[in-house]
Ligand binder design. Structure first.
Ligand code: 5GP
Ligand code: ZN
Length: 161
């Protein structure tokens, strides 16, 4: 059974108030604050527009575990299993799209949701005053999971590029 939680319940301080009306649940606790408002989360099953062999589609479906930081109707945020920074989240659209290369015009709103989620993560964490948002596209750029996602990195100085 999932538990709904507000930001204040899970102890992540809000340094600024958010005007974002999008339904966002953010959790610092593993396995907590999974919002089941979207029908694909009502049961453990592979949602539509997914690739059955895709690790992120399985995480979105709840078929394999992940530390869920935030969950909206179109985007999920999880902790990266091999963090490259003190804060290393993955912002993952729930729709299976292989990479930015495969986007089309109908995905414009979804990509806007990704950007607004990045802002929400920034708003909700005192340790993410400055952050990087990175997307690797294609093996030559370091992409290893072929479901579009954005690395949210924070908590350390990142001057190199
Ligand atoms: P990419 O290399 O495609 O840019 O990023 C994929 C990211 O997914 C990597 O940073 C990797 O550590 C992370 N990752 C791969 N498998 C899993 C998993 O099963 N769970 C989580 N939480 N992260 C994963
Ligand atoms: Zn997928």
């Amino acid at each position: 059974m999932t538990k709904k939680a507000s930001v204040s319940e899970v102890g992540m301080s809000k340094k600024k108030s958010s005007k974002n009306n999008n339904k966002v649940l953010i959790s610092a606790n593993p396995g907590f604050a999974i919002d089941c408002s979207d029908d694909i989360f009502s049961e453990v099953s592979i949602p539509k527009k997914v690739s059955p062999d895709c690790i992120f589609c399985k995480i979105i479906a709840g078929a394999i575990p992940a530390t869920i930081i935030a969950d909206t109707s179109d985007v999920i945020v999880i902790k990266d299993i091999f963090p490259k920074a003190p804060i290393h989240y993955l912002i993952i659209p729930k729709k299976h799209i292989a990479s930015i290369k495969a986007l089309d015009a109908s995905d414009a709103h979804l990509m806007g949701s990704v950007m607004l989620m990045a802002k929400e993560l920034f708003l909700q964490s005192d340790d993410a005053a400055d952050f990087r948002l990175i997307s690797n596209n294609g093996p030559g750029a370091g992409q290893s999971v072929f479901h579009i996602h954005f690395h949210f990195l924070a908590g350390k100085k990142m001057y190199d590029f």
